[in-house]
Design a protein. Structure first.
Lengths: 144, 82, 144, 82
């Protein structure tokens, strides 16, 4: 499961990726923050092209395992309405050593932001809402 | 023929609906031609169509991809996940 | 608390560092792996000069907050006998954006390995044990 | 005077005890002089003393730091935490 309307939970993903041959675990979690571009934010709605997003996140996991010296990679993204502080994305990487695990984790979140068909609409505390400008999708996935 | 068009992100606000079914008076339509149709029917989309991607069957398709009756084409604006 | 004989738990540290003005959370966890230098490892014993280690880890937290654009940093290290897969160290960093959070996390673990008075004794599955070679401590902490 | 010396990591195995109390026939002893005493009493430490740090009151001290009766000095080999 890569895209879900349910709140993201870290513990199940940590159990799923358990590996005694990995000495380094790097976790990235994106959370809804209370401010953006100097505007006070009260919440966020995430929308995805779910079937393509699941495919893209799975592809990124496979690329991470192929390109870096790591042994586990899992990526999950939340959709729907999120309150302040709630996690929107979580990425778990485990590997033998920390340098590769950090690099792999950064690669995963950078590629997700570039390639996953997901959109966020910010809800401001003054009642307004706005879809954020983003990155145009390129054909061809990781070769783009 | 009929093409189901699904708008994502801010595009669905511009169009006023997430899904629109278009009646097309021909048997095949390239994605490039679909863009022309959208430009004509939804002038509000005009400034945004240069940065969208078109997705059919979970693949990003090029302008020469041919749509057939009953196909669904998703129109994806620039992404902002994470 | 920076050094403990009790198993490290991530949830309390995540609650302690909650911050709605942070959009990025980077966690590093070091775990006991089953192999080192091509020898099969069955467990690890960590020893610390506890009072100095607590002081050093607290100093590293303060440095992280001063040097990087992040808002929270907590570091905890386990001591005593650990089984395979158990966490020996956990580092939580939260900040507005991910680039600084990743850099801060790496700084924290790199400095910990260089400056914290902690030693590990590897227990091999053949019954032997060995203290690992390490990094000589330098006077002066972060100016070294 | 008496100095309590605490050995950490692999050093305590070399010495055979984590804590040793040394009787020193003088009133003050620099950390540099303590190193000479250790070298003499525990020849097994000889190859390792060049990479140890000495800690008194949670501070790494330099060779000219003066120890007094009742002080505790920790001897720390290269570290391997994480």
């Amino acid at each position: 499961m890569w895209v879900t309307e349910s709140p993201l939970m870290l513990d199940p993903l940590l159990r799923e990726t358990e590996d005694v041959s990995s000495g380094a675990l790097v976790i990235f979690v994106g959370t809804v923050r209370d401010e953006n571009d100097n505007r006070s934010v009260g919440g966020m709605t995430y929308e995805a092209h779910v079937s393509l997003a699941e495919k893209v996140l799975h592809e990124i996991e496979q690329e991470v395992l192929a390109r870096f010296e790591v042994r586990r990679c899992r990526i999950q993204h939340r959709i729907g309405r999120l309150e302040l502080g709630e996690p929107s994305v979580q990425i778990v990487v485990r590997g033998g050593h920390r340098a590769a695990a950090y690099e792999a984790s950064r690669y995963a979140i950078d590629e997700l932001k570039r390639r996953a068909p997901i959109w966020k609409e910010e809800h401001y505390t003054d009642g307004a809402s706005r879809y954020l400008d983003g990155t145009p999708l390129q054909p061809g996935g990781d070769s783009a | 023929m009929q093409i189901r068009v699904v708008f994502y992100g801010g595009l669905k606000q511009d169009v006023g609906a997430k899904i629109q079914t278009l009646d097309i008076p021909q048997a095949g339509l390239t994605v490039g031609e679909l863009a022309d149709v959208l430009r004509e029917r939804y002038p509000v989309l005009q400034p945004r169509l240069s940065t969208v991607a078109y997705v059919v069957n979970d693949e990003i398709v090029s302008p020469d991809y041919v749509l057939h009756d009953g196909d669904e084409a998703a129109v994806l604006p620039p992404v902002s996940g994470g």
